[in-house]
Structure formats: C-alpha cells, structure tokens
Ligand binder design. Sequence first.
Ligand code: SF4
Ligand code: SF4
Length: 377
Amino acid sequence: MGRLPEVFFFDERKHFDIMGGLEKLFEETGLAGLISRGDRVAVKVHMGELGNTTHIRPQFVAKIVELVKAAGGKPFVTDTTTIYPGERFTASAYLKTAAINGFTRQGLKAPIIIADGEKGYDGKSFPVKKRIRGCRLRKVEVASALLEADAVLIVSHGKGHLMTGFGGAIKHLAMGCTTKRSKTSQHATHGLVLNASKCTRCFECVKACPYSALEETVKGPPKRIVSKCAYCLTCLFNCPVNAYKIEKGGKTKFQVALAHAAVAVAEALPKGKTGYMNFLQDITLRCDCAAAGPPIVENIGLLASVDPVALDKASLDLIDKAKIITGRVEAKPPDVLGKLNRTNSLNHVEVASKLGLGSLKYRLAEVEIEEAEVEEE
Ligand code: SF4
Ligand code: SF4
C-alpha cells in the first residue's frame, strides 16, 4: 500500500491562539506550496445565508487571504448563488448578505466574486466520466470564476446537512462550486412527491415556487411542470400540511449523485494546485443556508489536506470522538449528524472514495503551537 494521505489537524480545544494555529496549519499542510508567485487564488467559502450566524467567521477568511498573499498569490473570495429563493439567489443579493455577515472587500482585503454570475448560470460543462451505484448524472457545470483561478482553496465549514448528514469538502465541491443548472441536476435525484390525499388546495406552494413550476388546478392538487422544476424544495417547506416529501431512498440517491459531481468538479479544478480546509467549529445540525440551530458537539478545530475524502473522513472521526453538547437523546456516536438528519453521512464519502477522489484511510498529523504561560516562580 502507498503512503497514506496526511490530514493536518489543529486542535483548538488545547490552545488559545486559533489564528496562530491556522497560520501553522497553512504552512505545515503545504497549502502555501500550491501557490506560485502571481497566481490568482480562489478562496472558496460559504459566507452564510441571511440570518445564519454559524458560518465560518470572516476573520478566519481574512487570515487565509493574508496567508495567500504572503505565499505570492493574488486571492479573491468566492462562492455561488443558491437554487432556493433566499438572500443569495442572485450575485447582487449575495454580496449584500455577505456584507451583513461581515464579508466585505475592505475587511477581507480581497475582492469578492460570485463565481456563477448574477443569475447563477455562468459556468462550463464537464463530463462525469465514471459512474457507479446507478448514478445517472452525466455532467457538471463548474462556476466560471473558479475556472479562471490558477489555484483553489476549498474552505469548508464542517456541519450537519439535511440531505447528506455531514457537509464538508465533498459537499462543497459538488454543490458549492457549480451553477444553478448543476445544483438542480443533483437535487433532482432525491425526487419530489406530493401526497394528493393530504392536499387542502390552499395553493401556497404555487405562490412560493420561484420557478413558476406549479400551476393551480380546477380539481385536485397543484400540477408540477417537471421540466421547469429546480428541486429547490420551496414548495415542501411552504406546504402547511406537509403534503410534499422527497422519494423513499432519496437522500442516498442524492449523496451518490453529489459524490459523482464532486469528482467531476475536482477534475476540472487546477491539477496539483487545489487544497482543502475544514473548520470544525459551530457544528450545527443544519447547514449555513438557514438558521442552523445550536451546535451538536463541541468545537474541535481546523483541518487541512490535499485529499478531500481523507479530510471529510477525518472530520467525521473527530466528530465521533467529540463531546456531545446537545440535549437530544438520539444524539449518539457514531455519525451523530447523520443520525439526527436521518441518513448515513458516510454514503457520499465512500462513493467519492470508490470513484477515486481520495482515500478513506489517512494519517492524522497534529499541528502544535507554542503559547506563553504566566507562571509563578
Ligand atoms: S401548499 Fe400543500 S396543501 Fe397547499 S396546495 Fe400546495 S400541496 Fe396542497
Ligand atoms: S415545484 Fe417545488 S421544488 Fe420545484 S421549483 Fe417549484 S418550489 Fe422548487
């Protein structure tokens, strides 16, 4: 067997100086070595939905910008628009939300570029070359600005996710780096079903659908025009009687598609010049696309690797060993985030590994920093 990929880990539970730990992690992982003088470096980060308070803090992103500059790179901070109609649906709305959440050009000392353009459709198509587990995804559309970068840092918040259990680097590649069209093709795999017997014909879902994919009917429930549907689930969240559901087994199918998309995106990013960081802080049940609730486990620290699968697997293993701080009785390891989100987080990590994105086995290398203590003689 070849050498195991290294995942570098700064355990913030043992230290005070998290910024110092981030700097050391950046050096020891070799992230600086991925950057050549003059490279345009995309720092890909989710800047949080309006009302979300548990996204990665902008101070950490500003520090990464500083470290990229010190390595000779020209950084820009970037993310993509959403398929659901929140406050990041367009690039201009996203920039306003980012500013409210503390991400500004002045504060970060780098431009912020929404990678898939104003409406979220600017991208280039790449094939999904290998398919397993019945996946039907044939292509992904990578957001344009990411393709213009010479080096990319995928900086992810490790937290829970309704569909994937855990969301880290793999989820960030697949969903965070693609256009609206590509997000839709992945979400289509979990399906959407309407229980007509529950429907009261209030047509709230018709009013809420941002893609005009639902029509009122003379009799019976609303009609969905599948070719217009973006699988944004706005109808599901707006139905007062929970008449909408995703298909049985939909979460697993979605994770399989997501893993395939992640592989295709990673292949499109600069070869040998893409690095990954996971921030295991504010590890909430839900993702940064909404108010995500209180943390489920204690803050753990920062991880980095050039292998996104090893990074996510190491994150899941550390979460399994972390102290649980929620009162929910069903919150028990292993895979506490998967259990609470009623899925198995490992599904997408294992499929990504089988497709060759990275290794489930890794070597954890702990990064230490010196901190002065005030001691009595
Ligand atoms: S919101 Fe729910 S109950 Fe109202 S029309 Fe739509 S499916 Fe029926
Ligand atoms: S029908 Fe539902 S899932 Fe489809 S686009 Fe409209 S709101 Fe989104």
